[in-house]
Design a binder for this molecule. Structure first.
Ligand code: MG
Length: 181
């Protein structure tokens, strides 16, 4: 017999965008990895532009409130926050809705540093945070040709979610996984 649970869409798509300005004297965090660079990304949290875009893509996929609504910059609680906290909350909502991440695809747009040498580490870390295989995380880096964005980093992310038949079991598995991180 069909239940309300089974009437949910089999797949859902989410899209996230974020941008941050480079500022001297702070660490550069992208995709949960700290990169060596003379400037970092400013913001109320750790400025991890990629994790913020992924978080919004996850939240959007399950029609949840966005990152700014859940973690308002006006709240001093999130000052300097590790962006993995935001991503974990979004993932919890995805799993709570009975879905799992199938894959994500991301584009990063920034003039420097070069992402190529760090792409593998970023994909592995991001996959670990999402509980998917590294080959389910696409990452492209582009320079901002003609965009006059030399002092900013931009991230665009799409995520595909798949419906899980046994959401309770999945939530248990996720808790175990996130404990290990
Ligand atoms: Mg942001």
């Amino acid at each position: 017999m069909a239940t309300t649970h089974d009437q949910r869409p089999t797949t859902r798509i989410g899209y996230g965008f974020d941008s941050h300005e480079f500022q001297p004297g702070i660490p550069l965090k992208i995709g949960g990895i700290t990169l060596i660079h003379d400037k970092g990304l400013g913001g109320h949290s750790d400025g991890d532009v990629l994790l913020h875009a992924i978080t919004d893509a996850l939240l959007g996929a399950v029609a949840a409130p966005d990152i700014g609504a859940l973690f308002p910059p006006s709240d001093p609680k999130w000052k300097g926050a590790d962006s993995t906290v935001f991503l974990r909350e979004a993932l919890k909502r995805v799993h709570g809705a009975g879905y799992a991440v199938a894959n994500i695809d991301a584009s990063l747009i920034l003039a420097a540093p070069k992402i190529g040498p760090h792409a593998a580490a970023i994909r592995v870390r991001t996959a670990q945070l999402l509980g998917v295989r590294a080959d389910c995380v696409g990452l492209k880096a582009k320079t901002p040709e003609g965009l006059n964005l030399e002092n900013a980093a931009v991230a665009h992310v799409v995520v595909l979610l798949e419906k899980r038949r046994n959401p309770k079991k999945l939530r248990k598995k996720t808790r175990k996984k996130t404990k290990r991180l």
